[in-house]
Design a protein around this ligand. Sequence first.
Ligand SMILES: O=C(O)c1ccccc1NCC(=O)[C@H](O)[C@H](O)COP(=O)(O)O
Length: 259
Amino acid sequence: MILDDLVAATKRRLQREKEVVSVDDMKAKAAAAPTKDSQAVYDRFNAPGIHLIGEVKKASPSKGLIADQFPYLEIAKDYDQHGVSAISVLTEPDYFKGDIRYLQEIAANVSVPVLRKDFVVDSYMLYQAKAAGASIVLLIVAILSDQQLKDYFKLAHELGLAALVEAHDEQELKRAVDVGAKLIGVNNRDLRTFDVSLNNSIKLRKLVPNNIAFVAESGIHTRDDVKVMEENHMNGILIGEALMTAPDKAEKITQLLGV
Ligand SMILES: O=C(O)c1ccccc1NCC(=O)[C@H](O)[C@H](O)COP(=O)(O)O
């Protein structure tokens, strides 16, 4: 399964990264970086209306190369200036052609919170995220044990990072709720088959109390898709491909949000 490959590649990468910057040095870098207010992120998504997370991604396992030209900083600034509530930056290099340096540069140049979109399997990645200026980290339930999920969720908050806890089915959703997630993302993409169904987030939204902000992820392309998400009480939508392939990002955001 692709998630197993992603986890294995991430673990190999971390081994190399720790040789360059030791765990203690990364912790010191994280401690030296400004601490953000995780509650402010949660409040942002709980405010009325639907909140768009615009994603900066060059490639993905399901789509291959998405953006041949990849002026990531310009794209992020464009998102920032045209109404996104947060920016998701892929930092996974092997399958998404991402880089933690993209996040670092983007976080230093935009006003909205920045999400580290990666496959967190080690606390080192949370220290890296804080050191790079992220405000949010993705915790994917499917790749974490209950203990890891609990530990990383706690550590994220100690570092001032909000956690977007991602689930795909009812069982994973229960684990997200049980850990105390305040921001849950439900992926419409089945990562085993790459099939996308907006019905997945619609179905699971009903199982989550309204005091937990809920983000529908993947496969959202049009204003009609967004309307369906609004009608089904999503607090947020995470959109990658539709924005990355739009020649005019500002126009696409305006269109999607219907403003
Ligand atoms: O997109 C993939 O192929 C993929 C494969 C394995 C793990 C994660 C994957 N995608 C990450 C995402 O969740 C999406 O980048 C994000 O939700 C945006 O989706 P989209 O709007 O469909 O680009």
